[in-house]
Design a protein around this ligand. Sequence first.
Ligand SMILES: [Zn+2]
Length: 112
Amino acid sequence: MCEGIKIVTQPVSETKALAQKLEDLEVAQALEKDHLVNMNKNMDAKFSAMENMLKAFIIQSGASSSAHKHGKSAEHVRCFFCGGEDHFQGDCEECKRLIRSGHLKINPEGKL
Ligand SMILES: [Zn+2]
């Protein structure tokens, strides 16, 4: 009999405990849900901040890269021979003309 009672009462208390646990879990889940909602809000704020930063970075890098490209064609292309800004020394017609005429000599490395 004692064993019978034990067997009967145990599941009941377990069920009660389980119900209590479930209740706790629901509360915890609700709290977690709130927490998650808050976290999502924070994440949204963080994400939009990051997105703005990223956009700014992309705009900045795009601007700097286009400025770099622009600078390359406008400033960095310069003939060291005649100073012309539309060609490199290797493409310099003046330089080639002088080499052909024998006024200039180029070593095997392509230098004057
Ligand atoms: Zn030149």
